[in-house]
Design a protein around this ligand. Structure first.
Ligand code: HEM
Length: 512
């Protein structure tokens, strides 16, 4: 009997040892990362020591958005290279260096998004941002022409009109202290509404309600990512969904109604044998292309239906709005903090535009090289989309010898990638000259990726750069921007988009 017990005990120990080699048992059986040649994984990808015996499962327990963001930043500071975490049956790889970022961005099998994107689906459906596989390929192909150079020229007219309106409003304001978080989002939502849907939000009857409820998209995502219970679909549906449904309905109905109206106009125009143009009325702006037009054409060819059009339009609205707002807010704050650099941007604007912004066009904007470097440096230090996630759908071999098990979640921490001293000397110092061609030449091509990179990069990046440069040019030409905040005091809360908990204010002083 004793011998039997000993034998069973021995076999059990061997079994557990074997199991432990393949799984982090205490992290609820998270599959282990291996190497091709059996060498030590830790030498290539170290694991963050967990705070409890359960791997990293409870490392962020009780943390809010600020705490979770700090934890991730602390991990990067501690490990100084890309690292692994093991939590509740899940294997996580966090990438903070360009070499490993390249392996992920350029791997055609690593284009499936991680589980957190499912939390966006009640708001955005299975649109371009969240979808995968064939659906994503087909939609990306369908939508790419909507960002063609010629079309960007038409969008530029919208950027120009809205920027002029923005400066007029600033001129009419009695106060010179401006809370950027209040006024910039109005500008970017107007722009994306007109370019995506072809309507002027300020002229829509229910435009204000739409504007007010739009933040529900991110709110319901953030709530779920920060509460492990709500990650479970059934629990979310039972206890939380009802809180967001009314606002989601308002936002969805707004775009869906416009799509329906535009479809009617589209059909009438086709019946009359005319080229498709949108007529001027109180809702639809004049004959100008909108992204929706591309989708309506695709619908005619049977490539997409109403639901599909709605999810893509909502995705554009969501992706094109807050990302651009926050990047602009941080850039204006940085301009206020660096008066000499601000002056250099101003002088460049005078030179490139011959002191006349009436005909500001893409060629002139492309000539604003220093402003572009400034904007890039601002996006490096204040990366508005701080992290993005991919999932391995099968065992994945990386060029550095790692074998990632299926369903590993790879998070590319763009925020920490951009502050990695290996790629950026004195990373905390604000220096736009880093992006001058002569200073960028030797930098790893994947060290700077605020718009992501590879196949799933941001489809709207040229659009966003032009939009931001247009508004900045108009503001800089008309105002001096003075500082009112110190970013050293900022605490960041990170959802899809990073935001300081504090208000970001500046003072605008009219130039003579
Ligand atoms: C400064 C502004 C912007 C930033 C920093 C930004 C950043 C990004 C990033 C990092 C991604 C990758 C997301 C991921 O993999 O999870 C992305 C994707 C995307 N962005 Fe942007 N974006 C900006 C502006 C825009 C604009 C203006 C539009 C539309 C007009 C847009 C539309 C999209 C779409 C549709 C995707 C999904 C692309 C795909 O998966 O094929 N973005 N963006």
């Amino acid at each position: 009997m004793f011998l039997w017990t000993l034998a069973v005990g021995f076999v059990l120990i061997l079994f557990i040892k074997r199991l432990h080699r393949d799984f982090h048992i205490l992290a609820f059986f998270a599959p282990r990362i291996k190497t091709k040649d059996g060498s030590d994984v830790e030498k290539i990808l170290p694991t963050v020591p967990g705070k409890t015996i359960f791997g990293n499962t409870f490392d962020t327990a009780g943390s809010d958005f600020v705490g979770t963001f700090k934890y991730i930043r602390d991990c990067a500071a501690q490990m100084k290279r890309s690292y692994a975490l093991y939590v509740i049956g899940k294997t996580l790889v966090n990438v903070i260096d360009a070499e490993m970022a390249e392996m992920v961005f350029t791997n055609p099998k690593l284009i499936t998004k991680g589980f957190v994107y499912d939390f966006l689906k009640p708001a955005l459906g299975d649109g371009l941002l969240a979808s995968s596989d064939r659906k994503w390929h087909a939609r990306r192909k369908m939508l790419t022409p909507a960002f063609h150079f010629n079309i960007l020229g038409q969008f530029q007219e919208v950027f120009q009109e809205e920027s002029i309106k923005f400066v007029e409003k600033l001129n009419n304001m009695k106060m010179d202290v401006v809370v950027l978080d209040e006024c910039i989002p109005k500008f970017t939502l107007n722009v994306i509404c007109e370019t995506a849907l072809g309507v002027k939000l300020d002229e829509c009857l229910n435009g204000d309600e739409y504007r007010e409820k739009f933040c529900v998209f991110e709110e319901c995502f953030n709530r779920r990512t920060n509460n492990p219970h709500l990650m479970i679909e059934t629990i979310y549906k039972m206890f939380e969904e009802h809180k967001y449904l009314p606002a989601l309905r308002i936002v969805h109905d707004f775009s869906s109604d416009i799509i329906k109206k535009k479809r009617e106009i589209f059909a009438e125009t086709l019946e009359n044998g005319k080229e498709f143009h949108v007529e001027e009325d109180q809702v639809f702006s004049k004959k100008r292309y909108a992204m929706l037009d591309t989708l309506l054409r695709a619908e005619q060819e049977g490539l997409i239906d109403h639901e599909g059009i709605c999810e893509e339009v909502d995705t554009f609205m969501f992706e094109g709005f807050d990302t651009t707002s926050m990047s602009l807010i941080f850039c204006l704050m940085n301009l206020s903090l660096h008066p000499e650099m601000q002056e250099q941007c101003y002088q460049e604007i005078l030179e490139q535009t011959h002191n006349d912004l009436k005909g500001l066009d893409i060629a002139q904007l492309n000539g604003l090289k220093y402003l572009e470097c400034f904007l890039k440096e601002s996006m490096r230090l204040y990366t508005t989309v701080p992290a993005i996630m991919r999932e391995t759908i099968e065992e994945t071999h990386l060029p550095n010898g790692l074998i990632l098990p299926p369903h590993t979640f790879i998070t590319l921490h763009l925020f920490d990638l951009h502050r990695n001293p290996k790629h950026f000397k004195n990373p905390e110092v604000f220096d736009p000259n880093r992006f001058l061609p002569e200073n960028s030449r030797d930098r790893h091509p994947y060290a700077f990726a605020p718009f992501s990179a590879g196949q799933r990069n941001c489809i709207g990046q040229k659009f966003a750069m032009l939009e931001m440069k247009t508004l900045l040019t108009h503001i800089l030409k008309n105002f001096k921007i003075l500082p009112l905040v110190d970013p050293k005091t900022f605490k960041f809360k990170s959802g899809i988009i990073i935001r300081p908990k504090n208000e970001v204010k500046v003072k605008f002083v009219k130039r003579q």
